[in-house]
Design a protein around this ligand. Sequence first.
Ligand code: PMP
Length: 372
Amino acid sequence: MSIPAGALTDVVETLPDARDPLALSLNENPFPPLPSVHSALVASIGSANRYPEFLPQRLRTLIADHLGVDDGQVVIGTGATGVIMQVLQAFTAPGDAVVMATPTFDGYPIFAQIARLRSITVPLDPHGHHDLDAMAAAARSARVVVVCRPHNPTGTVESAAQIHRFLDRVPADTVVVLDEAYVEFLGAGERLDTRGLVQQYPNVVVVRTFSKAYGLAGLRIGYGFCSPDLARRLWTMQLPFGVGLTGLVAVAACYDAEDEMRQRIRIITAQRRLLSARLRAVGIYSTDAHANFVYLPAPGGDRAVWRQVFDGAGPRVRHYGDGGVRITIGVRQSTRAVLSAVAAYRDRTRGESALAGTDAVRTGDAPTTWQT
Ligand code: PMP
């Protein structure tokens, strides 16, 4: 296709490369939309002169049917981000507090700031798990508390028993955001019975997204589900004409292609296992990852190491203030690029660095204490 000169040329040339194997900093899916999803999206663009539904009722029904809950329990947002903002807008007032782990998904401190909330941060434990007892205690003086399962950036998962114990302790009038942005990467045995959970705990909102496993980050589609009472209040925050036509079509096409989706998830999970195993083989600890990324704390507490490994080496990864690094899982070529960067660094520093020997960081050691 030839693209005429002008504004369009500039824009098209700067679109992100769907297949860039080195884009490993945003936990995106390495695969472009499936052919069936792509064609459905192209077909829907022909109706772009028309508004979508006033409120996204059809998308709501589609998702509710897929989940096996009532329509009245589902809300739609511009990504999980939009849903989380709806929760904060519906249930908090400026000056209220929100409890979150630290580190957590970068968005949360930003959302708190937009909603003019005080953030109460609770450090993860040395292996990257939530301190749920401390969070439940802090939730007594907060309107909202956030738990990510799997957690970002560590990929860790709290057990069902721990989640129940936590929910039993959180006051009934504090809203719990159970962020399941990466839930599709969990095995069947690792998933919570979230339908039962929102019945048992009417203060829980489960938040999900089509940005990660479904690979539609650019379309901005997220949803939440919860008790009918909370959902009614959240639905009043639903922006008129706020979800584009493409959202409904893309979700329908994704649901029709579940087998292919699952296959892609298996490929990503296999690459994650491979990367973790290869790193472990050279003594590099990573937290117990259950999503499409791994988190490597600073080896031996040396905050400079991961920057020295990855700066200018190719893979673009996400660095953290305590010297840890989060690496999104991509395709095989991405895994190779990460391992090459590590190997090159080890060669370069020959015995002089924290990554030099296989026993430099003993796998399983408590790797870090988080900055607060
Ligand atoms: N929650 C978590 C834990 C995330 O990691 C992300 C994205 N990185 C989101 C929510 C937001 O996702 P989106 O707005 O793209 O749906």
